[in-house]
Write a protein that binds this ligand. Structure first.
Ligand code: TA6
Length: 303
């Protein structure tokens, strides 16, 4: 049976009407869901969360007003899953940036009612002939999103191969903010980072991160919880993580936003990416049979 049959999906994963599946542009299947904590949506393509809006808050997650829903291409915004590599592969420019997981069709695995009216939606990515051509390893990938008072996400990589597998990965999370020039990010003081806009130089963070131009940094060897302090929305977003040694901070600013093509010219003002993962010198090596869990908890504190 086609695992992407809308009727079957709505029957099997309805969770008493809290989830509904619909086909949008270009055969993309969208899952819409809501509970007493909020409402959201995600696509089967990339298992990409497109939005999460707690009822009493501004949306937590940003989605571009010019997002394009194209088969096989990541949608601008939400939480693209960068896996099994982060960024570009130096040795092979033909390989897609940020890996193939975010462009691939995932399958529903389960939906579950949790305590406190939270819901858990789990999906899995099976290797395909196409993906094996890009990356010749048998590795199962599952993701679980838990929508409650907080938003929790867990990505589990399982090495089903006979050889060691090296991974880099990240939740490429676009957070919605009141104005990029009015926020600051705390939690990375004194942490070393790669400045991707200054020839990859290694620098050290001094105090909070504030934004006055394009910013693209990979903070290394840090387990720290970060905070987005947003006085405009009268809130602090907490970004707690485990199984992650790297944190990426990114905002494209004006010129890069123009080049992206799927972001409004001023879209950069309403978002900031704080990406929990493992990359550069923090790559992960899984031996045959080993698993790795990348886990984040996003919370909101009203100021
Ligand atoms: O996470 C930051 C980054 O690696 C930037 O360098 C920029 O390329 C961004 O990801 C967006 O990448 P994408 O392939 O989604 O346009």
């Amino acid at each position: 049976m086609n695992p992407h049959n809308i009727e079957m999906l709505n029957k099997q994963f309805n969770l008493d009407g809290q989830l509904s599946f619909l086909e949008v542009a270009d055969e993309l299947i969208l899952i819409k869901f809501s509970n007493t904590h909020g409402r959201g949506s995600l696509t089967l393509q990339g298992a990409q969360l497109l939005g999460w809006e707690p009822w009493d808050q501004e949306p937590l997650i940003w989605l571009s007003a010019k997002a394009k829903y194209q088969k096989g291409k990541a949608i601008r915004g939400g939480i693209p899953i960068c896996w099994p590599w982060f960024g570009n592969v130096e040795s092979n420019s033909d390989l897609p940036a940020h890996g193939f997981a975010r462009n691939s069709l995932w399958q529903m695995k389960s939906v579950e009612q949790l305590p406190d009216d939270a819901i858990c939606i789990s999906l899995q990515l099976m290797q395909s002939e196409a993906s094996l051509k890009l990356w010749p390893y048998r590795c199962e990938l599952t993701i679980s999103y838990m929508f409650g008072k907080n938003l929790e996400i867990e990505l589990v990589s399982s090495n089903l191969d006979q050889s060691d597998i090296e991974l880099t990965e990240a939740f490429h999370t676009y957070f919605h903010v009141s104005h990029i020039e009015h926020i600051r990010i705390d939690g990375l003081d004194s942490v070393q980072y790669i400045d991707k806009l200054d020839q990859g130089k290694i620098k050290q963070q001094n105090g909070s991160i504030v934004f006055n131009g394009e910013t693209d940094r990979v903070y290394l060897n840090t387990l720290n919880k970060c905070y987005i302090d947003d006085p405009g929305f009268k809130r602090r977003i907490g970004i707690e993580k485990s199984g992650s040694l790297s944190t990426v901070i990114w905002n494209p600013w004006v010129e890069k936003a123009k080049k992206l093509g799927d972001m409004d010219i001023n879209g950069y003002r309403d978002m900031v990416c704080v990406e929990s993962g493992n990359m550069a010198s923090n790559s992960i090596t899984l031996k045959p049979g080993e698993q790795h869990k990348l886990h984040t908890i996003y919370s909101i504190e009203t100021l």
